[in-house]
Ligand binder design. Sequence first.
Ligand SMILES: *Cc1c(COP(=O)(O)O)cnc(C)c1O
Length: 374
Amino acid sequence: MLPYGRHSVVEDDIEAVTAVLRGDWLTTGPAVQSFESELARWAGGSPCVSVSSGTAALHVAYAAAGIGRGDEVVTSPITFVSTAATAHLLGARAVFADVEPDTANLDPAAAADAVTARTRAVTAVDYAGHPAEYDDLRKVTDAADAVLIDDAAHAIGSLYRGRPVGSIADLTTFSFFPTKSVTTAEGGAVAVADRARLRAASAFRNHGLVRDPDEQRTPDEGGWHQEVHTFGLNYRLPDVLCALGVSQLSRLGAFKARRAALAARYDALLAGVPGLVLPVRRPHVDPVWHLYPVRIQDGRRREVYDRMRAAGIGVQVNYIPAYWHPVFTDLGYRRGMCPNAETYYSEQLSLPLFPALTEPDQDRVIDLLRGILG
Ligand SMILES: *Cc1c(COP(=O)(O)O)cnc(C)c1O
């Protein structure tokens, strides 16, 4: 099966990992710092805290933003469930606002309408790698006195009005799952410029431990002493995986170019196919395309999915509206809440897109899709 996404791991990556395995630090060592420094360069200079997954990054970001019981987080339903699930785990509640019909990104006007006195954060998702409308979303969070969060699991390396993702929102989260644009197998990170939130994020991913004697309540306890001031978890990303991340980031520019070339090829070779809508790109963004999301009209998405899968093309659907998951149904969320998102979901199909996708394999995808719809 030709997959819809696939990691790109080369000998340099393997050497970087084996070098760590032969060294003294498997975790909490110098590769963590190296990875975080390289990430910060891609995030427009925002300091980064590496964590064990994109989901952990969202949990850490919400915790560092002070999200807790009774708070509301306005977010998009066209995302992986963890964007909302992590807010609920902290006792908050996701309020789903509708998406723009073409980009499937959070619609700033819908987000503004969803704001209440309990709103503490607005979390946008850069769907497929295409940044959301941050200037308009910032107006919403300013008016609501809320934190702006970017779930950039799809969008490391993307630019919005020339600014790198990671330097736009108050907190930005990344995922390094193998289908994403760079991978550490499992992994994630939080980019955050504010110093207090940065400290909170670092502490939360490491049990809440305070090691700096200047910050401890009883620093005279002894040289071994460390204190927990707030509860945290172990969300650390080990050196073994951070080394893979450093090596991967050195190729992110090449990944971006290859993904752009493949997306442009899909754009050209699928133009004008009846019943097929291709992804849009706003003129002020420069995305790293994580997905190539098309829309299949006339109620044929299920048929096209089944026929392409049967032919060995591993297309995917991203995503079922998050509030359709039974966990949200059980909490009283109802279908029909976000009509644009539900329509988008009913038509969406992700075509194979990854750096090692060859032109002949891409042609097979295109010919098959043209054959079904043509
Ligand atoms: C992948 C993804 C996540 C979760 O990341 P993991 O590393 O798989 O935990 C969260 N949000 C979005 C939009 C994602 O695509």
